[in-house]
Design a binder for this molecule. Structure first.
Ligand SMILES: [Fe+2]
Ligand SMILES: [Fe+2]
Length: 203
């Protein structure tokens, strides 16, 4: 069954059980990526995308331990243990993106990055104060930019592998954004109006 039909309408907050079912089903509902075609990009394409694609590959690659620790604390506080299981599946999905992008880089003989200033900065922000709110806020920002980036790459390339890989990532990321903004909504819900305004200002 299409996992995207498992989620409730946008007017309600999805429960951790529903997200769990979705992520489980989504892991089984993958587009076929025609790896056998090879990278299939021209030299011009390669020159244009090598740096950014390697940076995104690094960004999608993480052991998720900081996030898992923040999620465990948070889940205990709100008495929603299932949330930790959902976060584990979410981390796996991001690791799949990193793994597939890495496989593409290897096929195209584009060197993988070990460090990147944007990635380091982003990790520092997330690790500075390990709460779900501090973690989620910059992640929504990055995932929104990811939608623009992967869509642009998908439109620009003629590589069947890269096109399909972008399609899969885009499909997953749309739901990631919903997953994150719902969490922020839950976190902000009971915050006094003035404090909430201040939060938005800081954001
Ligand atoms: Fe991703
Ligand atoms: Fe994501």
């Amino acid at each position: 069954m299409n996992p995207h039909k498992l989620l409730p309408t946008l007017s309600s907050i999805t429960t951790s059980d529903e997200w769990y079912t979705y992520y489980k089903a989504n892991a089984e509902f993958q587009l076929e990526i025609p790896w056998k075609h090879g990278a299939g990009i021209t030299e011009d394409e390669q020159n244009a995308i090598a740096d950014s694609l390697a940076a995104w590959q690094l960004g999608e690659t993480s052991d998720g331990l900081h996030l898992l620790a923040a999620a465990k604390n948070y889940a205990q506080r709100i008495k929603d243990p299932k949330y930790v299981d959902v976060i584990e599946l979410f981390i796996k999905e991001e690791q799949r993106h990193g793994g597939d992008l890495g496989r593409f880089l290897d096929l195209a003989q584009i060197p993988r990055l070990q460090r990147n200033w944007g990635d380091t900065l982003f990790r520092k922000i997330r690790y500075a104060i390990p709460t779900m709110e501090i973690w989620t806020t910059p992640v929504i920002m990055v995932e929104t930019v990811a939608l623009v980036y992967y869509k642009a790459i998908q439109n620009a390339t003629n590589s069947p592998v890269l096109k399909q890989l972008c399609q899969q990532i885009l499909r997953d990321e749309v739901k990631h954004i919903r997953f994150q903004y719902e969490r922020l909504a839950v976190i902000h819900k009971n915050r006094p109006a003035l404090l909430r305004k201040l939060t938005y200002l800081i954001q």
